[in-house]
Design a protein around this ligand. Structure first.
Ligand SMILES: Cc1ncc(COP(=O)(O)O)c(C=O)c1O
Length: 494
């Protein structure tokens, strides 16, 4: 039978002018994916380096380096004088080969030499290593998002309290903290969330986390098992999609339109989903709020089918055209898991956030939180609790809301002046603006090389063709900083 030609898709290889090392890395990733999906079977011959390099238009050395990496990881086997093949015992790793493996037991093979065993890394190792890049933070320069510097930095009350509280015996180093979080902080938060976010909660429903990223991870752990289906928006925060992939969840991406997450499309595409992960106040990354009709449709679905809604409320306090939108959790405290964070209104480096869990899930979330770290540092929790209780937190939010509103306008004005042909996504909250333009990955790479901190939107999309645009944060940067950086962007684009 003629051999089916091997088609290798290299993610984001659009930037063929990327450094050879980067192209080799993506090629290795594509081959790894093809092996794991069963498109390349155990023992199957892979094309020679010469022919693959020729068909992909790459240097032969680039392909050789990618093959060598996969040999080291145990995906491929290379023997002198014979063709490179997919490793013989890979059916134990590849999910799609699992049935095959059950049907015919693997022939006994001599044990590999000890050094080869030590060098072969399991697939999870390379998947986690890839996350180090995918989730890496941008430097604190324009247009990096959530950089609380300058005028929007924490005020003198914070510094004064911080010093005072840390010196008290309560905040001194002691035994293990309560994994659910400091009761005083949970009380202050419950008061704030009821009043400012319309969240229906008591301190007992709150679990302190290391930020929303951990809240998403805990939600996926507590609510879902490997193989379960869940809905996620398209586009979506990469920190969420990475969590769901890590947990082995089958993700149904759901398009968003001017009303946000399309509930009808979700129900049609994947009615068996057990949970929906949404950003109702401010869709990430585009920015529209979820309409009331859709909120009701989503909570009706959750209530009538015993499903869960995970509400990521990452930056809703920062609305400029009016009051922040109320949280969805207020519509159904039994089915909505609310995730909040101090990252946007105080600082991401604090690594503190919170979950408001339905009563029935509080113990499970607390247990899962204990499992991944035993709880959050106590002294920081004491400081925030006092900052909130003494009223400084709400004053700080009012102050930064007005400053961020001004910075946002400065950025919009500069973009309209320097890049009048490009469209800006209308949105009235948050800490970034979406600028629509073509070839976002290539533009972002060029901008980063020139010292600008920008993120491309298309890697967050599942649909094809993906949306293409840049996320530009206005952070705590000054007007001259923002204006000069927009000028640089214009030069890059011309
Ligand atoms: C939509 C969204 N969810 C969650 C997070 C993570 O936030 P945290 O710093 O609280 O972990 C971010 C961070 O940018 C985000 O944009």
């Amino acid at each position: 039978m003629p051999r089916k030609p091997l088609v290798i898709e290299i993610p984001a290889l659009g930037a063929l002018d990327a450094a050879p090392g980067e192209i080799g890395r993506r090629l290795a990733e594509a081959l790894r994916g093809a092996i794991l999906k069963g498109e390349l079977k155990a023992r199957e011959r892979v094309p020679s380096t010469r022919s693959l390099a020729g068909s992909l238009g790459l240097a032969r050395g680039t392909v050789s380096v990618a093959y060598a990496q996969l040999v080291a990881e145990g995906y491929l086997e290379a023997r002198i004088g014979s063709a490179t093949r997919v490793a013989a015992d890979l059916h134990r790793l590849a999910i799609s080969d699992a049935t095959d493996a059950r049907r015919k037991p693997a022939p006994r093979r001599p044990s590999p030499p000890a050094t080869a065993t030590a060098n072969a890394t399991p697939p999870a190792t390379s998947a986690y290593a890839a996350l180090a890049t995918r989730l890496s933070a941008l430097p604190s320069v324009p247009f990096s998002i959530a950089v609380p510097e300058g005028e929007v930095a924490m005020d003198h009350h914070w510094h004064r309290l911080s010093k005072r509280i840390r010196a008290t015996p309560a905040a001194a180093p002691s035994g293990y903290p309560d994994a659910q979080g400091l009761p005083a902080l949970r009380t202050a938060l419950a008061d704030y969330l009821r009043k400012s976010r319309a969240v229906d909660c008591d301190p007992e429903h709150i679990i302190i986390t290391e930020g929303t990223q951990q809240g998403l991870y805990l939600a996926a752990k507590v609510l879902l098992q490997a193989g379960d289906f869940a809905w996620a928006e398209d586009p979506a925060y990469s920190g969420l999609t990475a969590v769901l992939e890590d947990r082995g969840v089958q993700v149904q991406r759901v398009p968003v339109d001017h009303q946000g997450f399309n509930v009808a499309a979700a129900l049609q595409a994947c009615p068996q989903a057990k949970a929906a992960f949404v950003t109702p106040s401010h869709q990430y990354p585009i920015g529209m709020p979820l309409s009331m009709a859709r909120r009701i449709a989503l909570t009706d679905w959750a209530a009538s089918h015993n499903r869960w809604i995970v509400e990521d409320d990452y930056d809703s306090e920062l609305r400029y055209a009016g009051q922040p939108f109320p949280a969805m959790q207020g519509l159904d405290r039994e089915r909505v898991i609310y995730l909040g964070t101090f990252s946007k209104v105080l600082a991401p480096s604090l690594r503190l956030g919170y979950i408001v869990a339905p009563e029935a899930l509080v113990a499970a979330f607390t247990g899962a939180r204990a499992l991944i770290g035993r709880g959050s540092p106590l002294s920081e929790q004491h400081v925030i609790a006092t900052y909130m209780r003494e009223g400084y937190f709400e004053t700080h939010i009012r102050r930064i809301r007005s400053l961020y509103g001004e910075k946002r306008q400065i950025l919009i004005d500069a973009l309209r002046r320097e890049l009048p042909a490009l469209r800006i996504q209308p949105a009235d909250q948050g800490m970034h603006i979406v600028l629509w333009l073509a070839d976002d990955v290539a533009v972002a790479a060029r901008a980063q090389a020139a010292g600008l901190a920008v993120r491309a939107l298309s890697p967050m999309c599942h649909a094809t063709p993906p949306l293409s645009g840049l996320m530009l944060g206005f952070g705590g940067y000054t007007a001259p900083q923002l204006q000069a950086t927009v000028k640089k962007l214009r030069q890059l684009l011309s």
